[in-house]
Design a protein around this ligand. Structure first.
Ligand code: HEC
Ligand code: HEC
Ligand code: HEC
Ligand code: HEC
Ligand code: HEC
Length: 448
């Protein structure tokens, strides 16, 4: 195997008359994939990443359960489809072909690690983790003038610089899934690409990293001679949280809550006309750079809760009033006005199905990204959504509304418990979030 050695510019310039001594860096090959080797100089990055879903991706008990069941039910046909995203280096280094031996994967190759993201030097397709990795052992990052260090060579790359659109392609190829049956099941990248955020001309460019990697002024490495810079959070919160004991679990829960809090705005218009009474609800996805929810939208359970109270504060009418331990799915039949967001997935017989390998078609109904491009009309469509709810009984004195989300439906989890693939304790650790900015109230005018 030949290794390209990196010659820092200054050293090349200093030795003009004879061949420069090649610089030998301390970290080579597999060592670049072990976060333990980064702690000394990048302690903050390692700590944040350790509490992220990227670090948890192989550990995730729901992932392990679904993959195990998928391998069993397809007689192994799933192959490395799942682990190729959830443990990409372990697949590349030959430790697993199907994720049924996850315990044997060395701990530093579990999940999506530092070395994987920082060696990406090509995006070969827009879905299913089609990334190529460099073999030159150069850590790619956002700085054009990285401080020379003894551990590794560094270089700027648009794929690891959040100010560049290309960086979204690198995240996006893992955040967009087409199943072996050809179903475009997860579409976060596609949704982002169709949104205003991917169009520089719209003046609103925001890549995945812009929203998911908070910036702060700090040193990027604990190392002599480094300048103060803009460095970026590696916890990358979204919706999912660790469901088993995991580092920084409380911080992760808080970060997810905060990402969700500002996502959806709700407005209510209540009417009591001759035709009947009701409430018109207007929803706006204002801060997700893709649909709400996105990604595993077939497993997410997100819905509008609308409750009417009488003067005494008793509930007289409701939709989506789902209790903490209750399944949203149980309300779909009995609450015909229920407004929930996400995907419905069906098998080839047209029956509702939710395991990746059974899905033959998807019906998608997220709250779309703020402004999306419609190839049909070649225009921008704003994302406002509205729906009218009819009310029966007495006219309420007060109506409250809020949006709630459960990262993975209790019905999905219980299904995995029943098949013997998931520990029942995981079901209890699934949180239900309420989006703060969505909490809205309408109070009847006392003069009316
Ligand atoms: C001996 C200290 C040291 C160790 C160990 C170390 N780094 Fe670095 N790293 C640095 C320094 C110094 C910089 C440059 C920081 C600057 O200029 O602000 C840097 C920069 C980087 C950059 C940014 C490069 C750029 O051009 O934007 C990345 C990415 C990176 N390191 C990843 C890693 C990873 C991953 C590991 C562990 C496998 C690691 N580093 C281990 C010292 C170290
Ligand atoms: C999912 C991909 C991903 C993983 C995993 C990841 N990084 Fe990064 N990292 C990035 C991106 C993207 C940037 C560029 C952010 C920007 O635009 O400044 C970055 C930036 C950096 C930088 C430059 C300073 C900064 O904060 O911008 C360092 C150093 C770094 N990462 C180290 C690490 C280490 C150490 C790990 C593992 C503990 C790690 N990264 C894991 C994607 C990743
Ligand atoms: C190798 C594929 C891969 C790459 C590259 C990648 N991710 Fe991820 N990402 C994952 C996987 C797998 C998970 C989920 C792990 C789990 O939930 O079990 C994840 C989780 C996340 C989450 C949390 C999702 C949730 O549901 O809450 C966010 C946010 C995220 N990634 C953002 C990014 C960003 C931003 C980048 C680019 C800088 C990136 N990812 C690059 C594979 C990848
Ligand atoms: C304008 C800001 C913004 C941009 C750009 C953005 N996101 Fe997000 N993302 C959010 C917010 C806010 C949430 C939490 C609300 C939600 O779940 O949609 C989120 C949630 C997520 C989730 C959790 C899934 C879920 O159900 O919503 C994933 C995965 C994710 N983002 C990945 C990405 C990737 C990959 C990109 C780039 C292709 C990206 N995001 C671009 C703001 C953004
Ligand atoms: C192309 C990359 C990719 C592939 C292939 C993939 N995943 Fe994921 N997975 C992700 C990403 C990215 C997330 C993060 C959250 C999101 O987008 O929903 C995730 C999240 C998850 C989650 C947590 C959220 C949820 O839905 O419960 C589970 C479980 C999961 N994946 C299981 C699987 C299984 C099982 C397979 C194979 C049948 C698989 N994944 C294949 C990228 C992938």
């Amino acid at each position: 195997m030949t290794r390209t050695l990196i010659l820092p510019m200054l050293m090349v310039a200093a030795c003009t008359d004879k061949d420069p001594e090649p610089v030998v860096y301390e970290l080579t090959g597999d060592e670049l994939h072990d976060p333990e080797n980064c702690i000394e100089c990048h302690p903050a990055h390692v700590e944040e990443w350790s509490g992220s879903m990227h670090a948890y991706a192989t550990e995730d008990p729901v992932f392990q359960a679904m993959n195990a069941r998928g391998q069993r039910e397809t007689n192994g046909e799933l192959g490395d489809f799942c682990v190729n995203c959830h443990a990409p280096m372990a697949v590349r280094e030959g430790y697993t072909q199907d994720g049924t031996n996850l315990d044997e994967i060395p701990s530093h190759l579990r999940g999506v690690g530092c070395g994987f993201c920082h060696l990406v030097d090509g995006v070969d397709d827009d879905h299913n983790a089609e990334l190529s990795l460099a073999t030159d052992e150069v850590m790619r990052g956002p700085y054009t003038d990285p401080t020379e260090n003894t551990a590794h060579a560094s270089a700027w790359s648009p794929l690891q610089d959040r100010t560049q659109l290309e960086s979204a392609d690198a995240c996006g190829t893992c955040h967009d899934i087409i199943t072996p049956a050809g179903v475009h099941l997860e579409r976060t990248y596609l949704e982002w690409r169709d949104s205003q955020y991917s169009v520089p001309e719209a003046g609103l460019q925001q890549t995945c990293g812009n929203c998911h990697m908070d910036g702060r002024d700090d040193v990027a490495a604990e190392y002599d001679g480094v300048p103060l810079r803009r460095v970026h959070g590696h916890a990358m919160p979204g919706v999912d949280v660790a469901l088993t004991p995991w580092p920084q679990a409380d911080e992760q829960l808080a970060a997810v809550q905060s990402a969700l809090d500002s996502t959806v705005l709700v407005q209510l218009e209540v009417y009591d006309a001759g035709v009947g009474m009701g409430v018109i609800v207007f929803l706006d996805n204002v801060s997700a750079g893709h649909g709400f929810p996105s990604g595993a939208a077939h497993d997410r359970r997100a819905w509008l809760e609308l409750v009417g109270y009488d003067e005494a504060g008793e509930v007289i009418w409701s939709s989506g009033l789902v209790g903490e331990d209750e399944k949203l799915r149980d309300y779909v039949a009995e609450d015909p006005q229920l407004w929930w967001f996400g995907d419905r997935t069906y098998d080839s017989a047209g029956e509702e199905a939710h395991m990746f390998w059974e899905v033959a078609s998807v019906e998608s109904q997220p709250l779309p990204a703020p402004s999306r491009y419609d190839p049909g009309t070649e225009g921008w469509v704003d994302s406002h959504q509205s729906r009218t709810f009819t009310m029966t009984g007495a006219f309420p004195a007060r109506i409250s509304a809020r949006i709630r989300i459960r990262p993975v439906g209790l019905d999905v989890l219980e299904d995995l418990v029943e098949s013997g693939d998931l520990d029942p304790s995981v079901v209890e650790s699934m949180p239900t979030f309420t989006l703060a900015a969505s909490e809205t109230e309408w109070v009847a005018d006392s003069d009316e």
